[in-house]
Design a binder for this molecule. Structure first.
Ligand SMILES: CC(C)(COP(=O)(O)OP(=O)(O)OC[C@H]1O[C@@H](n2cnc3c(N)ncnc32)[C@H](O)[C@@H]1OP(=O)(O)O)[C@@H](O)C(=O)NCCC(=O)NCCS
Length: 209
């Protein structure tokens, strides 16, 4: 198994992998492959953390990171970071690859000086890589009541004390706009989706939408 930076020649394969990984998981079909397709040219995209994982001469894992912002109570904005989508091909799920890829990426992020990450995800997976509820660190989710303990909103200080050292006691997080690209431009998304092999969209228990 190897982990390396994504190259332009990998783009289509990685978008297809993302589509395979997310298909029917959170909604009938998925949009994460389009987010990735659009995000690579977004100024917030962190190219140094655009990583693919290979096994059996095949790309079966991918992760991407983005710059983000925290908004303090007085309206001041502070730079922060988030990540995702992270994808492991269905043939390789639940074999430890996702955690290996995530831990590798987090170590690289820390070495680059990335001190704090928050994101939406399943704590059943992310707790293995050191994530906990963001509310425990005073970070609120924009779309939820301020005093709510939001089970899917997670955070981690990669550099201990980073929040305090940056004067952040409480703040609110809103995902970067690039993550909503499929909803904002449904027609362009449908045209992009049509370039992939047909797959059946299913409404399944456990989906969010
Ligand atoms: C989520 C994903 C990246 C995890 O990768 P993976 O290789 O399947 O996971 P791992 O084998 O490394 O799992 C590590 C641990 O997390 C747990 N875990 C993995 N996926 C989980 C999930 N969806 N929910 C809860 N726990 C999960 C595993 O059980 C394992 O714990 P254990 O050692 O106690 O059994 C992968 O399954 C995937 O691509 N899923 C579809 C896309 C997706 O949901 N991406 C994340 C968006 S938030």
């Amino acid at each position: 198994m190897t982990i390396r930076l994504e190259q332009p020649g990998d783009y289509r394969e990685v978008e297809n992998l993302t589509r395979e990984a997310f298909w029917n998981v959170y909604r009938p079909g998925c949009t994460e492959h389009y987010v990735l397709n659009q995000y690579r040219s977004n100024p917030n995209f962190v190219h140094e953390l655009d990583l693919v994982m290979e096994e059996d001469d095949r790309i079966m894992g991918h992760i991407m990171f983005s710059k983000a912002e925290l908004v303090l109570d007085d309206g001041t904005r502070r730079s922060s970071w988030t990540f995702g989508p992270i994808s492991i091909h269905p043939d390789y799920k639940r074999k430890g690859y996702g955690l290996k890829l995530l831990n590798y990426a987090l170590e690289k992020a820390r070495a680059m000086g990335i001190g704090f990450l928050c994101m939406e995800g399943n704590i059943g997976f992310y707790r293995h890589a050191g994530f906990d509820l963001a509310s425990k660190k005073g970070i609120h989710y924009h779309a939820e009541p301020r005093d709510a303990e939001v089970p899917y909103f997670l955070a981690q200080e990669l550099i201990p004390g980073w929040l305090k050292n940056n004067g952040i006691i409480e703040a609110t997080y809103c995902p970067p706009r690039g993550y909503f690209v499929a909803d904002e431009n449904a027609e362009a998304f449908e045209a992009y989706e049509a370039t992939f092999p047909e797959k059946v969209k299913l409404r399944l228990p456990g989906q969010l939408v």
